[in-house]
Every structure is written in C-alpha cells, then in structure tokens.
Write a protein of this length. Structure first.
Length: 263
C-alpha cells in the first residue's frame, strides 16, 4: 500500500531562468572522468545558468561533515564555491547516500541545503523537487530504512561514533556498491532500479500545487505524463563505466530541455 507523501513545508524558492538540475553523480575519487565532466558542467553553468539544483546522491557516501576537510571533498567544495562566487546560486538536496551532508560542507561550497521535497518558481512555472527515494513507496523494506535513518536522534547517535567506525561502515557499503557496479559494467544493458509509485507522485504533485515534478534516484531518465502533471526523471552520472551517461535538465522560458550529454 502506498504511503502518503508529506507536504512540503518550506515556502517556494523563486529563481531566475535558466535553472539547471542534476542528481545522482555519486562522486568519488575513483571516478575521474565523471568528476571531470562535473567540473566542465560548472564551467558551463557559470556562463549559461542562473541557478543549479543538485538533487541528492551528489557523493557516493558521506559519513559526517568532517569529510569536508578531506582532499577530495575540499576540491569539490572549491569548484562549487567558484560557481557560487560567480553569482550562480547552488541548491543542494540530500539523497539516500549523502543525507548526512551538513552546514559545514554547504558553507564551504557556497550552497544552500534544500529540504526534500521543495517547491520552486522559475520561468513562470511552479515545480516540486525531490531526490525521489521518498516516492518509491512500494519498496516497503527501503521505506522502513529511510524512515529510521532520517530521524535526527538516529543520525546523532551515528555521528557520535568515531570517524573510523563510520568510515568502516561506509567502506563496506561502498564495496557492495562497487561490486554491483562492476557486474553492471559487464552487462549488455544498463541496470534497472525500483521506480516511483504513481500514487506517491500524484500525492506529491497535489500537495505542492505544482504542475511538474523533477527528481532523480530511480536512474530511469525520462519525461512522464501524469493525470495531475508532468514528471521529469534525471539521469544518474557515470562516465567511467560501460554505459556512459551524464546530462543536465534545463528549465527556461520555453520549457524543460535535456542538454546534450556531458563529455
């Protein structure tokens, strides 16, 4: 049974067009081509965008804001800060891999943390944004996991563990992820993931009074028509594997457009 989607509580964020949307980059030092493509997108955004929205799973994992001081995170934050300093606001939403990103990293990156879900107004359109995992309500096992891991007291308990212990947990999860990614690279077709439940999509569109939903997480990039609106699913990024993919969704005064794949 589909669980109800909670209503966005924050007031709509108004941004200028064009606005760019990306998600599921899963950045790690071990994916240099993907990281290089991201840097290229930031350079383009400084010229061509007026806002950048990163809708979750920006990093492969994040065990606490102490990671801000690591060389890799410092490099990524500095690249984002250059875009912010160029006058392009950056909005960062948590995903299911990096929901522990906090104010320290956001400040270093010059980014604003955005609740999931959030509503924006851009180019005359009211749009609701989400990472997307909250919409996969048919996966009851994952929804239970999400319910508990998003509780503040659970996160505080985890963050009380020594950094080494948290990193050990993350490395174990990452090893499982890397093993899956290695198998996927040997397959003839890209992997499939659980999809958003139609009832959850309709509930979120209704609760936010938005005509369009933009989200990631499901790794099924497409434009979907719903009776209550339109749903755009963002692609994940992986330019280091067998099935290269990386794209930006743009909203301007002519509507939504998928920009050519990043190289």
């Amino acid at each position: 049974m589909t669980a109800p989607t909670r209503t966005p509580v924050a007031a709509p964020v108004e941004v200028q067009a064009p606005a760019w949307f990306i998600s599921d980059l899963h950045l790690t030092a071990g994916m240099p081509r993907t990281l290089a493509a991201f840097r290229h997108v930031l350079e383009r955004a400084a010229r061509d965008a007026r806002a950048l929205f990163i809708l979750g799973d920006f990093f492969e994992f994040w065990v606490g804001d102490e990671e801000t001081d690591t060389p890799f995170a410092t490099e990524v934050a500095a690249a984002l800060r250059r875009l912010s300093d160029a006058g392009v606001p950056i909005y960062l939403m948590h995903g299911n891999r990096d929901f522990l990103i906090g104010r320290r990293f956001a400040a270093a990156a010059g980014a604003r943390l955005l609740p999931d879900p959030s509503v924006i107004v851009c180019a005359g359109q009211r749009v609701v944004l989400s990472h997307g995992d909250m919409l996969c309500t048919d996966d009851q096992r994952y929804m239970r996991f999400r319910h508990w891991t998003r509780k503040g007291w659970v996160q505080r308990l985890f963050l009380m563990l020594p950094l080494a212990a948290r990193l050990a947990v993350a490395r174990r999860l990452r090893a499982d992820s890397e093993a899956g990614r290695a198998r996927q690279r040997d397959e003839a077709t890209p992997p499939t993931y659980g999809d958003a439940a139609p009832d959850a999509v309709s509930a979120l569109l209704a609760a936010s009074a938005a005509g369009t939903l933009v989200h990631g997480h499901t790794h099924r990039p497409a434009r979907h028509e719903h009776g209550s609106g339109v749903r755009w699913v963002l692609t994940d990024w992986d330019l280091d594997g067998r099935h290269p993919r990386a794209a930006v969704l743009q909203l301007d005064h002519t509507g939504f457009h998928v920009l050519p794949q990043v190289e």
